[in-house]
Design a protein around this ligand. Structure first.
Ligand SMILES: [Zn+2]
Length: 144
């Protein structure tokens, strides 16, 4: 089991996901510092975000715990956003991350120098606890 840092220091003021029967385990795992994707026991397909069935063969899926490591596939720097609370975070990076396990996941790279982010950069996950049962996966430059 690989657990990663879960930051709990500040109140989450951005919109919250609404956990349902498909994704509640995903959000709870993130609140506990674990990143999950889905893997199909029938055909081996892996997918993110959580869905009710395998998108390749429609079988039921199983959860696969990820290493939390990936590389930046692409990204954009958000420099203008007029609405709170997002304007307080400017500038920030929204990136597509290629996980070691295969699927591509979207998330922010909230800390550090936005001009230092590059395509192909190794990153690692951390989480912000947004509610008791919801963690938000986020990314930062890999330390090793
Ligand atoms: Zn499948």
């Amino acid at each position: 089991m690989t657990t990663h840092e879960v930051q709990t220091g500040e109140e989450w003021t951005k919109p919250l996901p609404k956990p349902d029967f498909v994704n509640a385990e995903y959000w709870q795992a993130a609140a506990d510092g674990r990143l999950l994707i889905q893997e199909c026991p029938s055909c081996g397909h892996r997918q993110w975000y959580p869905r009710a069935l395998c998108t390749a063969c429609a079988a039921d899926t199983e959860w696969l715990e990820c290493s939390g490591r990936g590389t930046v596939h692409t990204f954009t720097v958000i420099r203008q956003f007029g609405m709170k609370p997002f304007r307080d975070a400017l500038p920030y990076v929204i990136a597509m991350i290629d996980l070691e396990e295969g699927p591509r996941i979207m998330g922010d790279i909230p800390d550090g120098d936005v001009d230092a982010v590059t395509i192909g950069m190794p990153v690692e996950v951390f989480f912000t606890k947004a509610a008791d049962d919801i963690g938000i996966p986020r990314w930062r430059p890999a330390t090793e």
